[in-house]
Write a protein that binds this ligand. Structure first.
Ligand SMILES: [Zn+2]
Length: 263
């Protein structure tokens, strides 16, 4: 399995990061993608990448909740890292209007700038979308045919929302522990997404799946997400494993295990 969205560089893992990586590998996680949050998190991503270069890949971007009045300056400082770090994606980027709409326009502009980075570098995006699908699709539609590939991580919404995203291109949907929550409707979205468009993720340290709900999440728990998806789609867990791993390899340009290169 590939954990396509995990923050194991966060301070929550400072005491036992090596053990967390070992547990992930023992649980069958072969690779992890680390999405960035702000300027301060970049050295943390770099440090984890240097500790376990074969196991992790980096994404670089400014998280929408980190977009404030000074975002232009922050993005100018961040952009050079895209050329010096081995990044497989721009992320996590997007718009979040759940808690605070103060910087809505700035978030839209920051998304536009960072989607341009994807076009320039020819790499995919990792989108964080919360209560903001209209705004995100509005920004994306300005790119027309030049819009790169990408994933909507932790996707929440309706079947109609899935269809709106899919009508824009062959985008992927990140599914995490939320699918195991009793009150979540994520399982209703899975058939509309299609297994060939689903990526497994944890969003660790957040959103631990049942039966770990409420605890610190970690990549090893991703098996619970895989098994839950398999149950709802009535397929073998191994098939979910195989197809979602191939999806992540295709999107992020990672080499499949066993020598199959997906390019
Ligand atoms: Zn995240």
């Amino acid at each position: 399995m590939i954990d396509s969205h995990t923050h194991i560089y966060a301070a929550e893992f400072d005491d036992d990061r090596a053990a967390v990586v070992t547990r992930a590998q023992e649980a069958g996680v072969t690779h992890m993608v680390l999405p960035n949050e702000n300027l301060e998190s970049i050295p943390r991503l770099q440090a984890v990448q240097q500790q376990c270069p074969d196991v992790v890949s980096l994404a670089l971007g400014l998280h929408p909740e980190e977009v404030h009045a000074d975002f232009g300056e922050v993005l100018a400082q961040m952009r050079p890292y895209l050329d010096t770090l081995p990044c497989v994606a721009v992320g996590e980027i997007g718009i979040d209007l759940y808690w605070d709409k103060t910087y809505r326009d700035q978030q839209m502009e920051a998304l536009d700038t960072q989607l341009r980075w994807c076009v320039d570098k020819n790499i995919p995006f990792i989108i964080h979308c919360r209560e903001a699908l209209d705004e995100i699709l509005w920004v994306m539609d300005n790119f027309g045919q030049s819009l790169p590939q990408g994933v909507f991580h932790c996707f929440a919404g309706t079947v109609a929302d899935v269809d709106r995203v899919r009508s824009r291109g062959d985008f992927y949907f990140g599914v995490n522990g939320v699918v195991t929550f009793k009150k979540s409707n994520t399982h209703e979205l899975l058939p509309a997404m299609g297994l060939d468009r689903i990526l497994l993720e944890t969003d660790a340290p957040y959103l631990a799946p049942v039966p770990h709900r409420g605890k610190r999440n970690e990549p090893a728990y991703i098996a619970a997400v895989r098994d839950c998806i398999a149950g709802w789609l009535e397929v073998d867990p191994q098939q979910v494993d195989r197809v979602t791993t191939a999806n992540a390899c295709r999107l992020f340009g990672l080499a499949l295990e066993g020598g199959h290169d997906n390019h």
